[in-house]
Each structure stands twice: as C-alpha cells, then as structure tokens.
Write a protein that binds this ligand. Structure first.
Ligand code: ZN
Ligand code: ZN
Length: 241
C-alpha cells in the first residue's frame, strides 16, 4: 500500500515536471498549491482506507469482478457529477465557495485534477462516489477499480492533449473547453448528459478569439463615436462663449 502511494506521488511529480504547460505554470506551483494537492490526495486515500476497512458490509459479499457492475457505477457517478457540477456552476455563491479554486488556473496540467477546495473534494467523494454504493449491487473490488478509473480519467481530462482516450467518451479537449470557455461541457465520462440537456460547448477557441476581437473593435468604434460627440459639444460651447 505505502509502496503504491510512493509510486503514485513520484509518477505525479514526473508527469507534471515534463508536461508541456509546466514552464507556463512553474511560478504558480508554490507551497500553497502543493499543500492543497497533497491534502486532497490524502483525503481520497483516507476515504478509500475507511471504506475498505470499516464499511465492508455495504458492498456485495461476492468479491467477483463483473464489468457491467463497474460500468453501472461509472454511469451513476457520471450522472451525479454532471448535475452537481452544473448546479454549482449555476449558483454563484456555490461556485465561489466550492469550485472557484478549480477554475482559477490557466494552461492545465494533469495535477490540476486534484486542485480543488478540500470541502468540494470531500463532498465529491461522499456524494458522487460513496452514496451510489447503497443503491447498486457492487463488490468492494469493483468499487476500487471504478474509483481508480475515475482517478486516472480525471488526470487525463486535465492533461491538455488532443487525443481521445476511449472513443465516444469525454476527451481532454472537451474538458479544456469547460475551463477556457465555460457555460457547458459538465460531463466527466460520457457526453450523454451534455448532449441531452443541450449544454455542449460548440464554440471553438478561435471563434472565441474572433468574438473578443470583434467586441473590442465594436467597443473602440462606440468609444470613438462618444469622443466625437463630446468634442462636438465642447466646440459648440466654446463657440457660444
Ligand atoms: Zn467546473
Ligand atoms: Zn477541471
């Protein structure tokens, strides 16, 4: 167990330092940022340990591995993630209190998957991962596999790469749009909820840049018109004098 934790930490450091966005983020990765990541990592570990040690009776007793059970757990997690994530984004006080930390970074790096407030991270684990166990048929080993998939997938989502990990699933690019454009792409695994609820972000980043440019041009034009008007008024006044 301890050996596995050490390997994961070393892997995390290696992946982060060698990531293409690391030079742009280097200054932000300070004591506060690292402390936040480490605490969240240990929250996840502590929760996993607690479940595996003291909550054995909530799982089904056959320690078998059935793929449909894992898939079903992921489907439930995905639905809960979509709705809680969307609600948090729609209610400003919740966003500011729980989710702002996750969004206050640019140029994503994989370790940002753990860059959440401790309250949001703990609530995520409790509501999204833990509660569904009471309603579905899942063994402890299936739950652990599902949790590992969620952990690895959230790292991939923040990897800022253009390659899909699994066909038909949410991609890193998809989640990047959630961070950079916002207002949609709330799903984690399957884009079904975003598709069904019409919250998929269709704008490309280039379009967004164009929009910004045209808005700036418009602003300049209106400012220019305003200036002309005020100058004309001034001229009139001076002439009257
Ligand atoms: Zn978000
Ligand atoms: Zn994110």
């Amino acid at each position: 167990m301890y050996f596995l934790v050490v390997i994961i930490i070393i892997l995390f450091i290696f992946i982060t330092i060698n990531h293409k966005n690391y030079p742009k983020r280097k200054d932000e990765i300070n004591y506060e940022y690292i402390k936040n990541i480490i605490i969240n990592f240990f929250i996840a570990l502590a929760f996993g340990y607690y479940l595996n040690t003291y909550c054995k009776n909530i799982f089904n007793i056959n320690n078998t591995i059935k793929l449909p059970n894992i898939l079903f757990h992921l489907l439930i997690v995905d639905a809960l993630f979509y709705w809680t994530h969307r609600i948090i984004h729609r209610i400003p006080i919740l966003k500011q209190f729980l989710h702002e930390k996750h969004h206050n970074v640019k140029n994503l790096i994989p370790i940002d998957s753990l860059h959440n407030s401790h309250i949001e991270y703990s609530l995520d684990i409790f509501i999204i991962h833990y509660l569904p166990i009471f309603f579905i048929d899942i063994s402890m080993i299936e739950y652990n596999i599902s949790s590992l998939i969620i952990f690895i997938y959230s790292i991939y989502l923040h990897y800022d790469i253009n390659y899909p990990l699994l066909p038909g699933f949410v991609t890193s690019k998809y989640h990047k749009k959630h961070h950079e454009i916002g207002g949609g792409n709330y799903s984690m695994f399957f884009p079904i909820w975003d598709d069904y609820m019409n919250t998929t972000i269709k704008k490309k980043k280039t379009n967004l840049k164009k929009d910004k440019k045209t808005n700036l041009k418009k602003d300049k034009k209106t400012n220019l018109k305003k200036d002309k008007k005020t100058n004309l008024k001034k001229d009139k006044k001076t002439r009257q004098k």
